[in-house]
Design a protein around this ligand. Structure first.
Ligand code: FAD
Length: 564
């Protein structure tokens, strides 16, 4: 439709030949899409985003039963775990993306997509305001609004600079496909600059100093990829750069990869040391200029400056402005991330769901709930629970809060075992409530929100689509099979995360993996496991073939170093 015009769209729905119409008109420069139907209309579901969370939601949703509209500035899904490989040309950018329309067209119902950014959510009027992301010259800054019955927020997170001066201006980031392409060009630029005539050796060294701020998985994977790229490909064609090139990782904590098992941390640190990658721990970057990274050594308070040719900032993620604004409207302005309950419903707001990197399940509420369950189990106020009662309570807690199970299973959690067995290893008859409370408060201190990973986002998306599909069934069968523990508390079981492990590729055809059950695997065979898992996780056969093709090409011909 064109803005400012009135248009009647007739669409015939094959089942029963139902006539529906959409009324598009302009409201103060913005066009509004309203829906009226003669029959009870389908509920309108507006989905924000086309990342891991949203795509997994759309893939399983019964799209015939809802009127689904998707808004995202990206008209594709990107397989983010392979972004570090794109930075060095191990894998091509187009091999890891799949057009969202290819994904949605496979759904039985119709799903509409608009390439646009949501600028504002208006929960009071159940509307979102959007602006087209199509090139402004082509689309003319087109704005529109959409009404919803259910809103699904899956907009992910954005880079967090922690307001460090100079970061936005002088650092590169690795969040989107365009970022990876930018890095690939910047690396080649550094080499081309370094070999220009009439430069001093110091200038060449500076141009070839690659600094990575952040020792988390993204920074470490990039450092490993870059090291391989330099040593397997670039130094062969830029021999002058051989003794001048350097990679430095700056980490504010004491270790890199500190969210991984300590065996993986120390393997990675030793491997980097062997590879000649400098790891500076306990350093906080205070500002970045076009020539220098300035940092403070935490232990001594000393200021240090380091010349650089290129800086990658991968020190954390933050909340997107549209989500921040929404949080303020619903009374969550004092939080750093949008809070939901365990059913992924936004707290303090009806019919709005949020998941993936943009939201987290509220931990305070969880602790309150856990203590309530616990108190309720101690019916006679004796201060102890029998082993059976205790096991029931733990089971109940774990059904609602899978994070607790993850934590209890982890090797760090010894307090629970202490409660069940005495010092000689004999099983106790009863469990002391105070002891359990103290173990729980320990959990409270240690239990972090679910990690911001693709694995969590995808599982949440699949969970929510199942809830949406069941919602309709429950209308006809309110006592449906999934009623939570017969308590009538909620139609669905809360979201339960299943951890399948995590990988850290470390370069040189070696990877580390933390698998369920505290299993750790490191080395060349783990790299082959990584290849097979990542090939199998591709969103389509097309991308799977492209990615495997890229890996094969790299094995045979090496990486391409053209700056295009
Ligand atoms: P995203 O996938 O970021 O998707 C957000 C979507 O929202 C995008 O489509 C975006 O265009 C859209 N959007 C943004 N703003 C708006 C707006 N205003 N309106 C509408 N739409 C909007 N996780 C793992 O589990 N394993 C890994 O190996 C791994 N490696 C990673 C490597 C890198 C380099 C990066 C950056 C991340 C990696 N992650 C990994 C993390 C994983 O990518 C994220 O946790 C995951 O992408 C989160 O999914 P999401 O859908 O919440 O957000």
């Amino acid at each position: 439709y064109t803005s400012g015009s009135k248009l009647l769209v007739l669409c015939s729905i094959s089942s029963g030949g139902l006539i529906a119409y959409a009324d598009a008109h302009s409201e103060g420069g913005r066009s509004t899409v309203k829906h009226n139907q003669e029959e009870p209309r389908k509920k309108r579901v507006v989905v924000l985003g086309t990342g891991w969370a949203a795509t997994s939601f759309l893939k399983d949703l019964d799209a015939k039963s809802y009127d689904v509209k998707v808004v995202s500035p990206r008209n594709y899904f990107a397989f983010t775990p392979l972004l570090p490989s794109v930075t060095c040309g191990t894998v091509e950018a187009r091999s890891i993306v799949e057009p969202i329309r290819n994904i949605t067209k496979k759904r039985s119902g119709q799903i509409q997509f608009w390439e646009a950014e949501c600028l504002k959510i208006d929960p009071a009027n159940k509307k979102v305001f959007c602006r087209s992301s199509v090139d402004e010259k082509l689309a003319g800054n087109h704005k529109f609004s959409l009404e919803y019955d259910y809103l699904v927020i899956a907009v992910g997170a954005q880079v967090n600079t922690f307001n460090t001066p100079g970061v936005l201006e002088h650092c590169l980031f690795l969040k989107e496909v365009e970022d990876a392409q930018r890095i690939r060009r910047a690396v080649i630029d550094c080499f081309e600059k370094a070999v220009l005539p009439e430069l001093t050796e110091e200038e060449r060294k500076t141009n070839l100093h690659f600094v990575i701020v952040g020792g988390g998985p993204t920074g470490i994977e990039f450092a490993a990829e870059l090291h391989d790229f330099l040593h397997e490909d670039l130094l062969k064609i830029y021999p002058l750069a051989k003794d001048l090139v350097k990679i430095t990782v700056i980490q504010s904590g004491d270790h890199i990869l500190n969210m991984f098992d300590e065996r993986i941390c120390s393997f990675a640190e030793q491997k980097f040391q062997r590879d000649g990658i400098d790891v500076l721990t306990g350093c906080r970057v205070v500002n970045v200029s076009d020539k220098l990274v300035n940092m403070k050594i935490k232990s001594t308070g000393e200021d240090v400056s380091m010349p650089h040719g290129m800086v990658l900032w991968s020190a954390g993620v933050g909340t997107r402005p549209v989500v921040k604004d929404f949080m303020e409207q619903i009374g969550q302005g004092n939080r750093w991330i949008l809070a939901t309950d365990e059913w992924l419903r936004v707290k303090g707001c009806e019919d709005v769901y949020a998941f993936g990197d943009c939201a987290t399940v509220d931990q305070r509420k969880i602790m309150e709930d856990i203590l309530t369950i616990f108190k309720a189990a101690d019916k006679d106020d004796s201060g102890t629970l029998t082993i059976e009662e205790f096991q029931d309570v733990v089971e109940d807690i774990i059904i609602r809060y899978p994070q607790v199970e993850l934590y209890m299973k982890s090797k760090h959690f010894s307090k629970l075992a202490d409660l069940l067995k005495d010092s000689e290893g004999n099983e106790r008859d009863a469990v002391d409530i105070e002891g359990f409370k103290s173990a729980l408060s320990h959990v409270d201190l240690q239990m972090k929100s679910l990690p911001a990973t693709a694995q969590v986002a995808a599982q949440q998306g699949a969970y929510l689509s199942r809830c949406f599909n069941l919602k309709l069934k429950h209308k006809h069968d309110p006592e449906g099979p999934r009623r939570f523990r017969g308590s009538g508390r909620h139609e669905f079981r809360p979201f339960r995360y299943r951890h399948f492990g995590k990988f850290a590729p470390l370069g040189g055809e070696q990877a580390a993996a933390e698998l369920p059950g505290d299993w750790v695997s490191i080395g060349h065979s783990t790299q082959w496991l990584w290849y097979s898992v990542y090939a199998s996780k591709q969103v389509s056969w097309r991308t799977r073939v492209l990615v495997v093709g890229d890996w094969t090409r790299r094995f045979i011909f090496g990486r391409d170093s053209s700056r295009i």
